[in-house]
Ligand binder design. Structure first.
Ligand code: XMP
Ligand code: MG
Length: 179
């Protein structure tokens, strides 16, 4: 498995430190409130678990799964809700937890859906950001690491459902997904 990784970008300890910082920033900003924290499955599941442990205000958790048509390393922009929330967002402060922002299409779709459902506020925390690949004007409210335009895996992120369990994040060897 390790053999498929060209380069480790962030070690487990570096990720944990960043997640603690993000949790502290979120906790500060949501002081006195009770946000609904939404994990975008599957990629954000590990980030969500670690982040939640570092949020000190009371929160409710929910999960949503979306799939975007197109091949597995590039999003087409057509987003479909595969698993919807169990909770109503009406009148709630909502914090979307995303693994990575690439084109921005998935998130702009999700934000739009939640705003149309009358959320009180919608913010985004993303662990990774590839601003160089943006096709829509969108920025996260909280960003972990800004990364170059390379396909990364680990810490929840997959290629063809593999590598999600790696505790670090690395760049996949291009021959793995181009072959
Ligand atoms: P968009 O383009 O809509 O895409 O911002 C966001 C979604 O695309 C996936 N994605 C990746 N997944 N390594 C991955 O494992 C990557 O480098 C990568 N870049 C984008 C991811 O599912 C994200 O939610
Ligand atoms: Mg994925």
């Amino acid at each position: 498995m390790q053999n498929d990784i060209r380069e480790v970008l962030y070690r487990a300890e570096q990720i944990q430190e960043k997640v603690r910082e993000l949790g502290a920033a979120v906790s500060r900003d949501y002081e006195g409130r009770n946000p609904l924290v939404i994990c975008v499955l599957k990629g954000a599941f590990i980030f969500m678990a670690d982040l939640a442990k570092n949020i000190t205000v009371p929160i409710a958790l929910d999960f949503m799964a979306v799939s975007s048509y197109g091949n597995s390393t590039r999003s087409s922009g057509e987003v479909r809700i595969v698993k919807d929330l169990d909770t109503s967002v009406e009148g709630r402060d909502v914090l979307i937890v995303e693994d990575i922002i690439d084109s921005g299409l998935t998130l702009s779709y999700l934000i739009d859906v939640l705003e149309r459902r009358n959320a009180l506020s919608v913010r985004v925390v993303a662990l990774f950001d590839k601003p160089g690949r943006r096709t829509v004007d969108l920025n996260a409210d909280y960003t972990g690491f800004v990364i170059p335009d390379a396909f990364v895996v680990g810490y929840g992120l997959d290629y063809a459902e593999k590598y999600r369990n790696l505790p670090y994040v690395g760049i996949l060897k291009p021959e793995i997904y181009s072959s």
